[in-house]
Design a protein around this ligand. Structure first.
Ligand code: CA
Ligand code: CA
Length: 236
């Protein structure tokens, strides 16, 4: 893991948002090419072959590799590493639901910058090893949650599924907040794609952590100066 981090981080030993984008996009591209390779293999397979070839051929790519090194929690690790392949299908039909989970054209510049900002505890502007490890761990967990609650495998969560997904992670938000999340992170028809879900979830976790840090006595009230508030919300 440390060696991988060093490869990604380069000479400055920290991961900036461009390096983060490279590694995330690369790992997802890997997923896509594996999925399409699976599709081709299954198309060429004899009928009823069940696509049983290449176990682990759909292992989630580099991100999975990175995260599996981090996910000590077996349930999460298993869910994350879990096979996307519904199995036993035929060709294109089999591939479509799996690939749609990954089919989002890369993490945007803004998402990558935001992830760096939110996880940059020491405010160096980039992610050091521990910060980077935390981020990958979070992404892996949220990815497992996403797969669990995207029950129809459409690669998108509806508002109700979003609520369940967040509840499962211990975030119980009222309708007003959930509505705002769907407006902010959803598509026009109110569905949340995988990358938007990751962004949304990391943001909720970060903002709630910031709040709880100041709500030491658990009264559901926290105090910030205006400058502290602006700093926390702008750099996120
Ligand atoms: Ca770097
Ligand atoms: Ca940092």
């Amino acid at each position: 893991m440390e060696k991988l981090f060093i490869d990604i981080a380069g000479d400055d030993m920290e991961v900036d948002w461009m390096e983060l984008k490279q590694i995330l996009d690369h790992s997802m591209k890997d997923d896509l090419s594996k999925l399409s390779a699976n599709g081709v293999a299954q198309l060429g397979a004899p009928p009823g072959g069940g696509g049983s070839g290449a176990p682990g051929g759909n292992d989630g790519g580099l991100l999975a590799l990175l995260c599996s090194a981090l996910c000590k929690d077996n349930a999460v690790g298993q869910a994350f590493m879990g096979n996307n392949d519904p199995g036993g299908g035929e060709g294109v039909v089999t591939v479509a639901p799996s690939s749609s989970v990954m089919d989002y054209g890369g993490f945007s510049k803004d998402v990558c910058r935001s992830m760096v900002a939110m996880l940059d505890v020491d405010q160096s502007g980039k992610l050091g090893f521990e910060e980077f490890r935390t981020l990958l761990n979070d992404i892996a967990k949220w990815k497992a949650v996403f797969k669990l609650y995207d029950r129809d495998g459409s690669g998108r969560l509806g508002a109700f599924e979003l609520r369940q997904a967040l509840n499962s992670a211990g975030y119980h938000l009222n309708n007003r907040v959930l509505n705002a999340l769907v407006h902010r992170y959803g598509s026009r028809d109110g569905k949340i794609a995988f990358d938007d879900f990751i962004m949304c979830a990391v943001k909720i976790k970060t903002m709630i952590d910031i709040f709880r840090e100041r709500d030491v006595d658990g009264t559901n009230m926290a105090t910030f100066s205006m400058e502290e508030w602006v700093e926390k919300t702008v750099y996120s």
